[in-house]
Ligand binder design. Structure first.
Ligand SMILES: [Zn+2]
Length: 88
């Protein structure tokens, strides 16, 4: 029983950490999309690599800050093929 309780707590904490991580990532991304680096707050964000994952509507983008060297990968969902997803 004790093991079960510990397991539940660990899973709950893990989920919470994951949600916080996603929120953090979302905040970073919205800042980056306005052209600012989330690390040093300068307007020096460039797209290092952008790769469309076919028609799934997900784009794999690596952003890089020219100033501090910050680099992070984001999976951006653009709402599938209906709108402007894959350019068809
Ligand atoms: Zn920076």
């Amino acid at each position: 029983m004790y093991t079960f309780v510990v397991l539940v707590i660990v899973v709950a904490l893990g989920t919470l950490a994951y949600i916080l991580f996603l929120q953090q990532k979302g905040k970073k991304l919205s800042k980056i999309q306005r052209g600012f680096c989330p690390e040093c707050d300068r307007e020096s964000i460039t797209i290092k690599r952008s790769k469309s994952m076919g028609c799934s509507g997900t784009t794999n983008v690596i952003y890089r800050c020219e100033f501090c060297g910050y680099e992070e990968e984001f999976h951006i969902t653009s709402g599938g093929c209906g709108s402007r997803g894959c350019g068809l």
